[in-house]
Design a protein around this ligand. Structure first.
Ligand code: KG4
Length: 362
């Protein structure tokens, strides 16, 4: 019997990625990250689209080659339709359409946010596990997969949401940020400290060397399951402003010379506050809904303190806590492929004239 082989293309922001799933098993996941944005301190949309144009063919070619199949063996093409940067999405969408038309196979559109959640169902091949550092602990065993219903904390550069996942195609947002996302707060605060872009991983790194109790930042008081991070950002900024005034200095570099461990302590205090804000609402939702399976997804799920908080939560509340391997935290096509595979099995295809969307919810 012919195998079911799905190729997925992810190009929503600044990572060009392609992955192949054959009969439910992830055989390849190739990611080309764009370094061009580093000097600008953030993603430049125009440059991102151009870099996708350069990367897309070699990335897809490598993903197919590593999976051991050719384009002719494919059953469908899945692609990220949104949300994301429109110019970036257009590159992946147009390529997916062209390839699906040429091969006369179905096209499957995937919501990027649902993809992040469904990263928890990816099952890589043994070869891929052995070749990927973050998957090595799973060689010879299955990755843990949640069962429905579960709660997913979806935290990325653009989103902070608590999602009730009832099925692969039935997700309900219980709460979300009313202003900045957690990743955005990390990135903006890192920028103020003069750290490179993206700042999240730098905050994580420096926080390990700092005192998390040194600077008590403001925590929001928002009803329900919604989040807010703009007050924390302001609190962070004002703490630095006040210290600069106190020492009669102008720059963070000057301040770092007179305040020992400034950046490390600021990072540790910020990180612990963000994690606390995120976990409080998740705990509340899990308690109110009596759900004992919680998962974390999105780029910020790479954060070591958040991952530890999930492990602690699992132990303390006798809950099952699902943390994705590092390779499936930031943008990747494996998660899009998994979502596409589920949709393909349900024959949930996309018309050739569908267009990408920059903004959408789950
Ligand atoms: O999901 P993602 O790759 O991109 C989208 O927003 O779609 O998330 C990127 C975000 C950035 O804000 C980045 O700073 C953050 O994830 N991030 C981290 C860490 N690694 C990535 N934040 C905190 N700690 C990390 N280790």
């Amino acid at each position: 019997m012919k195998k079911t082989a799905i190729l997925a293309i992810e190009s929503s922001c600044d990572d060009t990625s392609a992955a192949v799933i054959i009969d439910g098993i992830l055989c390849s996941n190739v990611i080309a990250s764009q370094k061009v944005h580093e000097e600008f301190g953030g993603v430049v949309p125009e440059l991102a689209s151009r870099a996708h144009q350069q990367n897309i063919l070699p990335v897809i070619d490598t993903a197919l080659r590593r999976s051991g199949i050719t384009a002719q063996d494919l059953s469908a093409i899945a692609f990220t339709r949104g949300p994301g940067l429109l110019g970036s999405l257009l590159v992946g969408t147009s390529f997916a359409k062209g390839l699906a038309l040429a091969l006369r196979i179905p096209l499957v559109d995937v919501n990027h946010l649902q993809g992040h959640v469904l990263a928890h169902f990816v099952e890589p091949s043994e070869e891929l596990k052995a070749a990927t550092p973050s998957l090595l602990p799973f060689v010879g065993k299955q990755l843990p997969h949640p069962s429905y219903p579960f709660l997913c904390l979806l935290v990325s550069g653009g989103n902070s949401q608590i999602v009730l996942v009832k099925a692969y195609n039935d997700m309900q947002i219980l709460g979300q940020t009313i202003d900045d996302a957690a990743g955005e707060a990390f990135d903006k605060c890192a920028k103020v400290l003069g750290l490179p872009y993206p700042g999240g991983p730098w905050i994580d790194k420096l926080a390990k060397l700092g005192d998390a109790t040194k600077y008590p930042f403001a925590k929001p008081n928002i009803p329900g399951y919604d989040y807010s991070f703009s007050g924390l950002k302001t609190s962070f900024l004002y703490t630095l402003r006040d210290m600069l005034r106190e020492h009669n200095l102008e720059t963070i570099d000057q301040l770092a010379e007179v305040v020992p461990n400034l950046r490390e302590d600021m990072c540790a205090s910020l990180q612990t506050t963000v994690v606390d804000i995120l976990m409080r609402k998740l705990r509340k939702a899990a308690k109110d809904l009596n759900i004992n399976q919680v998962a974390v997804a999105g780029g910020v799920s790479a954060n070591s303190a958040l991952r530890q908080a999930f492990l602690d939560y699992g132990k303390r509340y006798h809950a099952e806590a699902f943390i994705p391997p590092f390779s499936f935290t930031t943008d990747n096509a494996a998660m899009i492929c998994q979502a596409g595979y589920f949709k393909y099995l349900d024959k949930d295809f996309c018309a050739i004239d569908e267009v990408p969307f920059a903004k959408t919810t789950i």
